[in-house]
Each structure stands twice: as C-alpha cells, then as structure tokens.
Design a protein. Structure first.
Ligand SMILES: [Zn+2]
Length: 69
C-alpha cells in the first residue's frame, strides 16, 4: 500500500490538538508545533495549534506564519 497523503515530520510525529481552540488539527494546512523549554528543567513541552488561532492569543509583536515547503 502506498501512502501518498501529506505527512507531518516534525519533532512530534502525531499531530496535537490545537492548544487554543481544542479542535483537531488533522487536516489543517496551518498547523504549527510550539516547543516550550525551561532553563532549570531537562524536559520540554510541545503544544500544537492552528497558526491563525495562535496569532489571536500571542503578545503584540509576535506573529506566526506558515510556509509550505
Ligand atoms: Zn485552533
């Protein structure tokens, strides 16, 4: 069987739900993955989001764009 569907190859192999709206990101062309780290902890947190939703909650001066490669 040939899988010709576009696949996500980011650090997290599964798509995460949008951390803003809680909705599925399975078919979202503007899916983004956000990595959170803390200097004192050797661990990391991943958040998925729709770029459009993330932009609605980011502080002024921050903006996420999606470039399809
Ligand atoms: Zn969303």
């Amino acid at each position: 069987m040939i899988d010709d569907q576009p696949s996500w190859t980011g650090a997290v192999t599964e798509r995460l739900r949008c951390c803003v709206c809680g909705g599925s990101t399975d078919d979202s062309p503007d899916y983004v993955l956000v990595e959170l780290t803390a200097p004192s902890a050797d661990t990391r947190q991943w958040l998925g989001a729709h770029a459009g939703h993330l932009n609605e909650v980011l502080a002024e001066g921050f903006h996420v764009e999606v470039h399809l490669m």
